[in-house]
Design a protein around this ligand. Structure first.
Ligand SMILES: [Zn+2]
Length: 75
């Protein structure tokens, strides 16, 4: 037997986060927002051009459920 057993120590806990979609106030309909294709990591604030599976900065897995209230905020 020449196979080696390699034990990977999980030293860093897996972070689960979500993308906060960027938006800007609509210029056409007051009080509404236009959503942009870019987004921000909820864990570290990394700004990405588009939502991807992992945050390239903090390695968070982007599968957490974001707060729905943040998308329907009224002001
Ligand atoms: Zn991040």
């Amino acid at each position: 037997m020449t196979e080696k057993t390699v034990i990977f120590e999980d030293s860093t806990p897996t972070v689960h986060a979500y993308w906060i979609q960027d938006r800007k106030e609509s210029s056409e309909i007051k009080g509404t927002y236009d959503f942009l294709p870019s987004c921000t990591c909820s864990a570290c604030g990394y700004h990405a051009e588009r939502p991807i599976g992992l945050c390239p900065q903090c390695d968070a897995i982007m599968d957490a459920a974001g707060p729905a209230a943040a998308l329907t905020e009224e002001g």
